[in-house]
Design a protein around this ligand. Structure first.
Ligand code: ATP
Ligand code: MG
Length: 503
């Protein structure tokens, strides 16, 4: 059904109902432009942006660009327009805009090709495809390739403003994180660490700040959150990066050999000590000693540890000679040392000495906005190692990953994607390629009886989105709500566009 149209022939994609429409001709667009300019003098809805946001519009027809620019112009929004997709691609890579609005059919480079390039390069950029005529297949293809919206020309100015306004509201929230990311040579990468979420950006900033000066640091966080990678980054960014980085896994040492491993021994000091041996503290002299799983250090060894940390004095087992070493110590644990202090499993003095400087690694469940970058990184790596042509995930599979709670964090994600790459039979990983436990945990609306009503609602919306293959138009219809309401819901639940696309 056609909606009464204030702007002559302008009409939203939703209303086009599969009716074939020809691409705008310039004179038609020009005729409407004057109407649009009229209407823009008194915009019905204005979204105010505090910081500069970047929108790129690409269409081979300059009059369409005029129309888009006029309709979307807002204070705080910079609109860059291109008729040449190649020039647009160049510009996008240099400026990393928040949203790209592109025409589907263009000479030189097809809009779909440009869409794929952008999404593969940075999945956090929202790409909206504008099409001259509605086609279900092309809409599905665009969504599967990572477009977050598919609009049909002609489109009503207020509908366009609303759709793009919603997309632009989310980047505001991540502005701080992205600003930090942009300082890095390759945004989203910090040494071997990947992440552009606000909490990981805070971790990177802290590492950068303390790496030149630290004497001891405590790294805490659940298993697989990247503590060892952070330890390596601290060493690499320290003034002693050319000196040794010695790893001691405290959980792997037999209790009776602990002292000898850490501090060394002299020949004959105990049965089996057939020659003098250097301990790990001495081996790390001038460099960094990484004490992994520090919570496993036997209680009776802890005072000797504290002494070595405080004064650098170490004594080999069976020797009365004290040697002084100059070692920077990084300790890591996935246990709750504070609780261990309370139950007297860990010495309070050693805990306070270690925790003067603490870096907390957030669990993956708290930074799902990092999933697209991490996924891209791991899939790329596995595809290369396995010599397969896997280049990504279907949106259904992405949605499934983003709904999973990741108790094993990045290590688990890495394993899951390794498994999936191995199973994949074509270039996209689909849900059938994911391990069974991931699929089992994603049983749609969920059966957890302790969920609040809000959680049930969120889960159900995400489930419907997944069932709709990520197509929001279809999901909204299945949910019996308007597409705008669905956008508002996703926005209100503070999912940024990168994650929203995965959800
Ligand atoms: N931010 C990240 N970017 C890329 N890879 C990561 C990131 N964090 C962790 N990894 C990868 O995940 C795996 C686990 O990381 P790591 O060994 O550093 O975790 P951990 O916190 O030390 O875990 P555990 O407590 O179990 O020892 C490694 O293969 C690592 O390369
Ligand atoms: Mg570790």
């Amino acid at each position: 059904m056609r909606r009464p149209d204030l702007f002559g022939f302008f009409q939203s994609a939703r209303d086009s109902g599969g009716v074939k429409r020809t691409k705008h001709t310039s004179d038609l667009a020009a005729r409407n432009e004057s109407v649009v300019r009229e209407s823009f003098k008194k915009p019905e809805k204005t979204v105010a942006f505090a910081a500069q946001l970047e929108l790129v519009v690409v269409d081979d027809d300059p009059s369409i660009l005029d129309f888009l620019e006029t309709v979307l112009a807002q204070p705080g929004l910079r609109i860059s327009r291109f008729t040449d997709p190649l020039k647009a691609w160049d510009f996008i890579r240099r400026t990393r805009p928040d949203v790209v609005l592109l025409d589907q059919l263009m000479p030189v480079m097809d809009g779909m090709e440009l869409l794929s390039r952008i999404v593969e390069w940075d999945p956090a950029i929202d790409v909206v495809v504008l099409s001259g005529q509605y086609s279900t297949e092309r809409a599905v293809e665009a969504v599967q390739k990572g477009a977050c919206d598919y609009l049909t020309k002609p489109i009503a100015p207020e509908a366009l403003r609303e759709r793009i306004g919603l997309l632009l509201a989310a980047p505001q929230k991540k502005r701080r994180a992205v600003a930090i990311g942009r300082e890095l040579p390759d945004a989203g990468k910090f040494g071997d660490l990947i992440g552009r979420s606000a909490c990981m950006s805070d971790v990177f900033a802290l590492v950068r700040r303390i790496a030149p000066h630290f004497r001891s640091v405590l790294l805490t966080g659940a298993t697989g959150t990247g503590k060892e990678l952070v330890a390596r980054a601290l060493h690499q960014m320290s003034p002693v990066k050319a000196r040794p980085f010695v790893i001691c896994n405290c959980a792997a040492i037999v209790e009776t050999l602990f002292e000898s491993e850490l501090f060394g021994h002299v020949r004959g000091s105990f049965t089996g000590a057939t020659q003098d041996r250097t301990g790990l503290f001495e081996a790390a002299d001038g460099g960094v000693l990484f004490l992994d799983e520090i919570g496993e250090v036997p209680l009776k060894m802890q005072p000797k540890f504290l002494r070595a940390l405080q004064s650098g004095d170490v004594q080999r087992v069976g020797s009365s000679v004290t040697r002084r070493v100059n070692v920077r110590v990084i300790a890591a644990t996935n246990r709750n040392l504070r609780a261990m202090v309370r139950t007297q499993e860990f010495r309070e003095d050693l805990f306070y000495r270690l925790s003067m400087l603490e870096i907390k690694l957030p669990p993956l469940a708290d930074r799902k906005e990092d999933l697209p970058l991490l996924t891209r990184h791991f899939v790329g790596q596995f595809a290369k190692n396995m010599e397969k042509d896997v280049r990504g995930l279907t949106r259904r599979a992405q949605a499934m990953l983003s709904r999973y709670h990741w108790p094993g964090n990045i290590r688990e994600l890495e394993n899951v994607l390794g498994h999936a790459c191995m199973m994949a039979e074509n270039d996209l990983i689909d849900i059938g390629d994911l391990p069974e436990h991931i699929r089992e945990k994603n049983d749609g609306a969920g059966r957890n009886e302790r969920m609040t009503l809000g959680e049930v609602e969120s889960r159900h919306v995400l489930y419907m989105l997944e069932q709709a293959g990520g197509n929001k138009q279809l999901a909204a219809e299945m949910l019996g709500i308007s597409r705008a309401t669905l956008y508002r819901f996703l926005n209100a639940h503070e999912q940024d566009p990168a994650e929203r696309e995965l959800a």
